[in-house]
Design a protein around this ligand. Structure first.
Ligand code: HEC
Length: 126
């Protein structure tokens, strides 16, 4: 799995740089975030450690792209902070699942969902 994630991370990073130039966050990226987030929530509920870890790592990579987007926008400090919070939370979920702490992971996933909403309140246009 690790081996697969490193090239994938590089790819997402490259996409991130390409998008950093855009003023609007890519919808496909957020749709991916939505799908992986849903999958992660059900994997945690099913206490499926390998699937939860895979989803948490994938979500972490996606939020790196989101972070890159806001890094290029000095006028959007809340977006940067909230994407960094999402990075911290996805890593925490990964570690909690790794330690078989599914309760904790579930709480962190709830906190992550609040972070999604907070950022949408700030920046979502529609
Ligand atoms: C740091 C900011 C930020 C965070 C965190 C964030 N989003 Fe978003 N999201 C956006 C922005 C900005 C848009 C709207 C893009 C636009 O309107 O141009 C968006 C749009 C969306 C959309 C609509 C896409 C569409 O096709 O209409 C979905 C679904 C979504 N986000 C899901 C999520 C989920 C789930 C999370 C948390 C796991 C999340 N987002 C976290 C910034 C964020």
């Amino acid at each position: 799995m690790r081996k697969l994630f490193i090239p994938l991370g590089g790819l997402f990073l490259a996409i991130g740089f390409a998008h950093a130039a855009n003023a609007v966050l890519d919808m496909e990226l957020m749709q991916n975030v939505e799908d992986v987030n849903k999958s992660m929530a059900s994997s945690i509920a099913l206490r499926d450690a390998p699937a939860s870890i895979k989803d948490a790592e994938e979500l972490h990579e996606l939020f790196k792209v989101v972070e890159g987007h806001y890094q290029a926008k000095p006028d959007a400090p809340d977006g940067l902070e909230l994407s960094r919070k999402s990075l911290t939370l996805t890593k925490k979920i990964r570690d909690q699942v790794g330690a078989k702490d599914f309760e904790g992971a579930s709480d962190s996933a709830t906190e992550l969902a609040r972070t999604c909403r907070a950022c949408h309140t700030f920046y979502k246009q529609s």
